[in-house]
Ligand binder design. Sequence first.
Ligand SMILES: Cc1cc2nc3c(=O)[nH]c(=O)nc-3n(C[C@H](O)[C@H](O)[C@H](O)COP(=O)(O)O)c2cc1C
Length: 287
Amino acid sequence: MQFSKSIIDIIKERTSWRTYSKGSLEDTAKDQIRQILKLKDFNSPFSERAGKCRFELISVPEFDPEEKKKIGTYGIIKGAQEFIVGATEKTNYYREDYGYLMEAIILSATDIGLATCWLGGFFNKSLFSSKIHCQTNEIVPAISPIGYQAEKRRRSEKVIRSFIKADARYSWDKLFFEVDFSNSLSQKKAGEYGIPLEMVRLGPSAGNRQPWRIVKEKDKDNIHFYVKFNKNKQDKVYNQFVRLDIGISICHFDLTAKEIGLKGRWEFEEPNIEKSDELAYVASWIS
Ligand SMILES: Cc1cc2nc3c(=O)[nH]c(=O)nc-3n(C[C@H](O)[C@H](O)[C@H](O)COP(=O)(O)O)c2cc1C
């Protein structure tokens, strides 16, 4: 996947948009998006372990943009008439793979000046599944509207953002650790991995829960990614999305590490690190 500028700048620029200026995407923008969606020569670290994943640009011009009931975005999204929709085979790692690939697409869309918003819960699953001709072994884990952002966010969008504290992120000491989960890792101690980890920290997540927890080995650049599940009843609804979220975080880390020339490979062998039962191991970057 080719970006026109630094992935670090694109990650910082990306933000969810739920208010779009009316009207379809121009044909040139549609062509650009369709090229991106081919994901030519582009894989995620999970692709070999997951099944096939495909993406399409779906137009919904038959719906009045004001009338969102059938699309099922329940008034959250306004004005968008095109959506990025993916279908993936239900296999091991399908959510992590989808999270990585969809985020790479979203970053590419940001790069060409288009607005997006991950939607995991609020869309009509059967409608979008039929639009992408989902096979029986396939699923649509999430979608995103894609379009031109409105001049400003409407009031109801501002209310959503303030409710989920969309502009805030946890500090380093809550997310990143050294040796085990009892010692926090500072950005300074992370050395050249400070930048890719900071890009993980800035990533989007469902309900802005930021479920990534990461342990770096001491004096070694081996980095282990874990995901935190919610135990309390009211937050359990987010557990269906945490494996998408960790795919997003690994996308940010992987693309940034590659851009700044860090060398490593992804492995999937859980290290011997004591963890609470809210945490599940996902993958390791081995330098
Ligand atoms: C997997 C996933 C699912 C999401 N689902 C929804 C959703 O259903 N509705 C919504 O309004 N936002 C949804 N979001 C957007 C998040 O609320 C948003 O990314 C987060 O609050 C951070 O804000 P930002 O994207 O502007 O940085 C989702 C994000 C992710 C990563």
